[in-house]
Write a protein that binds this ligand. Sequence first.
Ligand SMILES: CC(C)(COP(=O)(O)OP(=O)(O)OC[C@H]1O[C@@H](n2cnc3c(N)ncnc32)[C@H](O)[C@@H]1OP(=O)(O)O)[C@@H](O)C(=O)NCCC(=O)NCCS
Length: 168
Amino acid sequence: MPHTSDMVSDMAIRVRRAAAGDADRIDALVRSLSPGSIVRRFMGGVSREFAVAELSREVRAGGTDFALIAESSRGELIGEAYVAMLTPHDAEAAFVVRDREQHHGVGTALLTAIVAELRARGVRTLHADTTPENVAMLALLHEGGLASHERYLNGMVHVSVQIGESST
Ligand SMILES: CC(C)(COP(=O)(O)OP(=O)(O)OC[C@H]1O[C@@H](n2cnc3c(N)ncnc32)[C@H](O)[C@@H]1OP(=O)(O)O)[C@@H](O)C(=O)NCCC(=O)NCCS
């Protein structure tokens, strides 16, 4: 889906796998986040120190879990997504985009890359937890018209998106 905002129409977004060196740049991303974005990303209030440590851990992650980085054409780190493999057919994702670039297609670019990677691995279902108020995250997960299921529990919503060729 094309995104035609003034900001991003002139700004190519590059999405790539995170590298160990990105851990040193996470600090600037986290420092740029509003308190609301930190709460939505971590599903509650956490300190910036915790957020830096957690995102740094994610971009260094080895094994089957992986992190993706979104960069602007100027090389600025403007988003991060982390994918944890739950089973060979299920993965869980979390996203964060720098506040001033939110709603400009960065989350969509990260999700598109995640889905491509997970499909190549044979993963059928992508899971994500958010709150019913997080309209941006819910819209992101419903983009592309993929079949999805929402489960509401204790003020949270768990979304399961079918990304495989066959989910049965
Ligand atoms: C949720 C988040 C990752 C989405 O990324 P993004 O770059 O803003 O999303 P996009 O611009 O690609 O937009 C994706 C969809 O969300 C919609 N959207 C984005 N921001 C929105 C907003 N503030 N209000 C309503 N809809 C919004 C877009 O319109 C688009 O839907 P559409 O294709 O139907 O138009 C980003 O807003 C963010 O980092 N939020 C803070 C952290 C967070 O909430 N993480 C999620 C929990 S892990």
